[in-house]
Design a protein around this ligand. Structure first.
Ligand code: BTN
Length: 259
């Protein structure tokens, strides 16, 4: 990964980011930025992580060959709209994967599913503080040995799905520019996902909506049809008794496409 090229293309005055650092190895780029509280739109990329963090206290396998990036945002929009940053990251991931010729969709909220078998190629973890959000993205570029994600979701990578671009500098550039493409208008619209067009884009890329799903909560699970997103990005699932239930967090398993 060419750190100089990335900084030149992506940081001010040529690009949208305040700063960009590439390190050979760290425990977790999310933990580093969370501690540092750097300026708004600061990027940290690691060539490998030794203690990569995943959602719900799981670990994220981070050997050399993958893309591990965190961005600190202090977006200055109402905090109840910050969750849209994690959905926005999902949008960016799908568009980057598709730009490499790979079939890609999202599972709510932001799991990148690749190829005909809908395996997991990337994940997003946001850490929120009083002032802002550390948005962490792990994209499997080369094959990884990783545990099955919840719901039996197997891991995959761009390489395994036949991507026509595997260069980490190019992929990091595409990802960071695609994030900016959605984050800038979202921020300009004061975080409104509708006015910024983010909601519509997300809806078009998220395969969960309209699907029969199982929602796995900390204290049990239920099945139903995923219907729509609330304004804060919460998923609404109609359960078998016909009640609409909000799912602010939890793991969603796709059962099959609803007809
Ligand atoms: C998931 O469990 O699906 C989310 C995985 C998020 C991994 C990324 S890699 C860069 C950043 N640093 C971390 O420690 N985690 C996130």
């Amino acid at each position: 990964m060419d750190a100089e090229q990335l900084a030149q293309r992506l940081t001010q005055p040529n690009g949208p980011y305040a700063g960009l650092t590439v390190v050979d190895s760290t425990k977790s780029t999310n933990a580093d930025l969370d501690r540092a509280r750097p300026p708004d739109r600061t990027v940290l990329i690691a060539r490998q992580q030794t203690a990569g963090e995943g959602r719900r206290a799981r670990s994220w396998s981070s050997p050399p060959g993958g893309l591990y990036v965190s961005i600190y945002y202090a977006p200055g929009v109402p905090a109840h709209r910050w969750p849209w940053l994690t959905l926005l990251a999902g949008v960016a991931l799908v568009n980057v994967a598709r730009s490499t010729g790979v079939d890609a969709v999202l599972k709510w909220p932001n799991d990148l599913l690749l190829g005909p078998n809908r395996k997991k190629g990337a994940g997003v973890l946001a850490t929120t503080s009083e002032k802002g959000v550390v948005l962490g993205i792990g994209l499997n570029v080369q094959p990884v040995q990783a545990e099955l994600a919840p719901g039996g979701l197997a891991p995959t990578s761009l390489a395994e799905e036949g991507a026509n671009e595997l260069d980490l500098t190019e992929l990091a550039t595409r990802l960071l520019l695609e994030l900016d493409k959605w984050e800038a208008p979202w921020r300009a619209a004061d975080g409104d996902p509708f006015a910024s067009g983010l909601h519509e884009e997300y809806r078009g890329l998220c395969e969960t909506l309209g699907q029969e799903v199982r929602v796995e909560l900390i204290n049990g699970s239920f099945e139903g049809i995923a219907r729509y997103l609330e304004t804060d990005g919460t998923l609404v699932v109609r359960d078998v008794d016909g009640h609409d239930r909000s799912v602010p967090a939890g793991d969603v398993v796709h059962l099959r496409t609803a007809t």
